[in-house]
Every structure is written in C-alpha cells, then in structure tokens.
Design a protein around this ligand. Structure first.
Ligand SMILES: Nc1nc2c(ncn2[C@@H]2O[C@H](COP(=O)(O)OP(=O)(O)OP(=O)(O)O)[C@@H](O)[C@H]2O)c(=O)[nH]1
Ligand SMILES: [Mg+2]
Length: 178
C-alpha cells in the first residue's frame, strides 16, 4: 500500500495515533539511476506491471504468486488488481508487487510516462496455445521479438502443472539487475 499510495499510509498512521514526523516513518529510496550508479540495490520493494492479451493468463499468474487456487472459470479483470509477496533473491528477501490493470487500460498505461516510471519491470504474458495472444500486438514471433530487443527468451510457465516460484525469482532478479 505504501508503494502504491503513500498518502494513504500516512493517513492510517495519523489515524492510529502515530506522533512525530510521519514522513520519517516511511523509507524513501534513492532513484533507480542513483542506485545503479552505486551498483547496490537498496530498495526492497519492486513494482511489476503484468500486461498481455485478454485471457492470456495474467490474473492466474497473480493468483499463483499469492498461492491462491486456480479459478475454474475465466472472469475478465475490470479493475486494477495488485498482489504482493516476498521473494528470495540470492539470499536476500525482497517484496514483489504484481499489478494487472485490465486489458482495456493497457494502452493508456503504456502512454503514461509517470506511471511507467513508477514500475521496475514490465511482464508481458501470452498464451502459447493461442497465436493471436502475442501477434495482436507484435508482428514477429515471441522468440524473434526478444532476440531483436536483446532480451532473454520467453519463459514458459503453467499454473496448472508446474510450480511457479522460479518465475517470480527471475522477475525480481531482472528488476534488481535490469
Ligand atoms: N492450461 C492453462 N490454462 C491457464 C493458465 N493460466 C491461465 N489459464 C486459463 O486461461 C483463462 C484466462 O485466465 P486469466 O488469468 O483470467 O486471464 P487474464 O489474462 O487475466 O484475462 P483478462 O483479465 O481478461 O485480461 C482461465 O480460464 C485460466 O484458467 C495456464 O498456465 N495453463
Ligand atoms: Mg485478468
């Protein structure tokens, strides 16, 4: 909550009777640029926007992260959905916040410089069993697309048959070392 809406946290602190300078109750991290210059990532909370075609599995990935069972029926996401959990990366504990905005609001998000600057990472989800789920946005196949941008190849996950812990570690690791 503090990451996404620090005013609300300050409001709650006041409500709960916190005395003193409430701003000192929050930890303000250095900019990512400054952290990278020093070569040491101090921040412990990372924000990742989860994007991709409708029905590609974004909500399922978010639910897997917070160990909720797979839903039996597909329900499109219409409101912003955020989940948080801890992830261990190379012996240190970090928090990863995954946020899905709903497929109708993605274009808007990607045009909004301020909101893009808030996030540490973008995670694009597509359904391997449905060609349209990647191609609606890009005109080359996923592996070619990644190669052209110098990104690691797409990761394959299944919330039905595989544990998904690795992917959340990988996401956090990339956020820490982009
Ligand atoms: N077999 C299989 N089905 C999956 C997997 N992930 C999601 N699904 C199914 O795909 C459907 C859509 O999943 P959602 O996670 O709701 O998709 P979404 O991307 O959040 O969709 P929107 O909110 O409409 O954008 C559901 O019926 C899921 O059960 C997976 O890893 N394997
Ligand atoms: Mg969804």
């Amino acid at each position: 909550m503090t990451l996404l809406d620090s005013r609300k946290t300050l409001g709650y602190l006041a409500y709960l009777g916190y005395h003193g300078d409430a701003r000192e109750a929050l930890k303000v991290t250095k900019t990512r640029k400054a952290e990278r210059r020093r070569g040491r990532v101090q921040r412990s909370v990372f924000l990742c926007y989860v994007l991709g075609a409708a029905g590609s599995g974004k909500t399922s990935l978010l639910r897997a992260f917070v160990r909720r069972p797979v839903l039996p029926h597909y329900t499109p996401t219409t409101r912003v959905l955020s989940v948080v959990n801890t992830v261990e990366v190379k012996g240190s504990e970090r928090y990863l916040v995954l946020q899905e905005v709903g497929s109708n609001f993605q274009e808007e998000l990607l045009r909004d410089k301020r909101r893009l600057e808030m996030c540490d990472l973008l995670c694009f989800v597509y359904d391997r069993s449905d060609a349209n789920s990647f191609e609606y946005r890009f005109d080359v196949p996923p592996d070619v697309y990644c190669r052209q941008l110098g990104l690691a190849p797409p990761l394959s996950v299944s919330v039905m048959t595989q544990p998904t812990t690795d992917i959340f570690n990988t996401l956090t690791d990339i956020a820490m070392h982009p």
